[in-house]
Each structure stands twice: as C-alpha cells, then as structure tokens.
Design a protein around this ligand. Structure first.
Ligand SMILES: [Zn+2]
Length: 256
C-alpha cells in the first residue's frame, strides 16, 4: 500500500523560499512549489549543454534548494523539479518493472483511476488476485504520482512472491541487520515522509513488506540514489531479486 501516514496539512511545511514540503527533510519526491527560485533554476538548466542536461536528468543527486550552491555544482547536485528525474522517466522505469511482473503472472491486473475511498491512500496491491489499484487522480506530490506509486506496488507483488503466506518456501528474512533496516527506513522517509510511530531508537513499526516495497521502489526508479542513500538495504533487496529460486528475471531491470 502507498499512503501518507498523516493528512497532508498536518505535515506540510511552508519554507521561506516558496517551496512546500511534506515532512521535515528535503526529498525530490516531497517538495512542491518553489516559485521564482525554481523558475530561475529552470532557466539556468535550459541553457546547459543538451547532452549534459539529459544525462543529469537520468539520476538523482543529493538535493539542494540553495540556488548558488546548485549552480556551481549542477552535475553533482539536484535542484528540486529542475534537474531531478522527470516523472515520464520514473513512469517508464516503473512500467518496465510492471510489464515484467505481468509477463510472469506476478501481477494480473493494474487498475488506474480506481477509487480507493481512504484518504491519503494512492496505491494498493491485492495479494491472491495479484491486482494493483492506483488512485492518483490528484497527487499532491511527486511521491504520489503514477510512476513512484506503481513501482511501490510492484515491490509488494514481488515481496508477496518471495514471502508467500502458504509456506511453500522457507521464510526469507529480508533485512538481517539494524543497519539495513535503518537504511530502508531512510528510503521510506525519502519516498513517503515521516513514519507515524517509533518503537525503538530510529526504527518505526513499519512492516518488512512495506520496507521492502520502498527499497524496491527506489531501486526501480532511482537506482543511483537507492545505493547512495541505503547501500546495504539496496544491496540486500538487489540480492533477493537475483535469488536462483526466484526465477522471474527481474535482474535484467537493474543492468546499470
Ligand atoms: Zn506499501
């Protein structure tokens, strides 16, 4: 499932440079607005060499809202919604993953514009019938648009295949160490904002299935960032995707 844990307005931060952010940490997925500063950044970006610009838009670099800092190092930094990965690319990457899952039966159906009546829920995966529902008619942030939400739900379909309820395969522990789990939580905050509650230091009560789905989502749509921000957790999920018994050839997705 992809949902915000809190109502948007309860977690919306008005930043003094015209950006609005969901949660307390800058993320390319959870910022909107930007007004004049963003327009100026866009002008600067348009004047860059076309190949350089296109190459830059293939990956997520660390994000900054400091225009001067970004301009001096635009290759190594990203300005939100300017040289970050455009939604059409995120969508294309998610669709490639979804098509692979459809070809192997992991996903039977994807329903767009399905009305999930619960507020702040943008996607659901229905186990058993292997169906993905997307409710993204009015996404408040990039995080809730088609590409990111589809990638997340594909992650659930894969997790379901790895950990079937029936007990045919022995259960696989996805994240073995606290470090891997903390890194997975970090990707969750990047893609979904703050968690509702924490039970121990730095760890929320987010289920393993959800953490797997967030790590998968990040690997799928922004692989460089996944491995930069969460090296061990991303490596673990990557390793599970290439398990010999997991014969869906998802590995081909990640030919970096
Ligand atoms: Zn989920």
């Amino acid at each position: 499932m992809y949902r915000f844990n809190q109502k948007i307005e309860n977690n919306l931060v008005e930043l003094d440079d015209g950006f609005q952010r969901y949660g307390n940490k800058d993320s390319p997925f959870l910022l909107r607005g930007g007004k004049e500063k963003r327009k100026e950044a866009s002008r600067f970006h348009q004047e860059r060499d076309e190949n350089e610009r296109k190459y830059d838009e293939r990956k997520h670099q660390p994000i900054t809202r400091d225009l001067a800092e970004w301009k001096t190092d635009a290759d190594e930094l990203d300005f939100p919604h300017v040289d970050t990965i455009p939604h059409r690319t995120l969508k294309q990457r998610a669709e490639e993953a979804a098509e692979l899952c459809e070809a192997t039966g992991l996903v039977q159906r994807i329903e767009q514009d399905s009305e999930i009546s619960k507020e702040t829920v943008y996607g659901q995966y229905h186990s058993g019938v292997n169906k993905i529902l997307l409710d993204i008619a009015d996404p408040p942030f990039l995080a809730c648009r088609y590409g990111p939400v589809l990638a997340h739900e594909v992650g659930h379909a894969i997790y379901d295949e790895l950990q079937p309820g029936s007990g045919i395969h022995p259960k696989v522990d996805v994240f073995d160490t606290d470090e891997e789990r903390q890194e997975a939580e970090k990707l969750k905050r990047r893609l979904n904002g703050p968690s509702e509650s924490y039970h121990t230091e730095g760890l929320s009560n987010t289920s393993e299935a959800e953490l797997f789905a967030y790590v998968f989502e990040s690997i799928c749509i922004e692989p460089e960032a996944a491995f930069r921000e969460a090296q061990n957790a991303a490596a673990r999920v990557d390793q599970l995707l290439s398990l010999e018994e997991f014969d869906v050839r998802l590995r081909t997705l990640f030919d970096r």
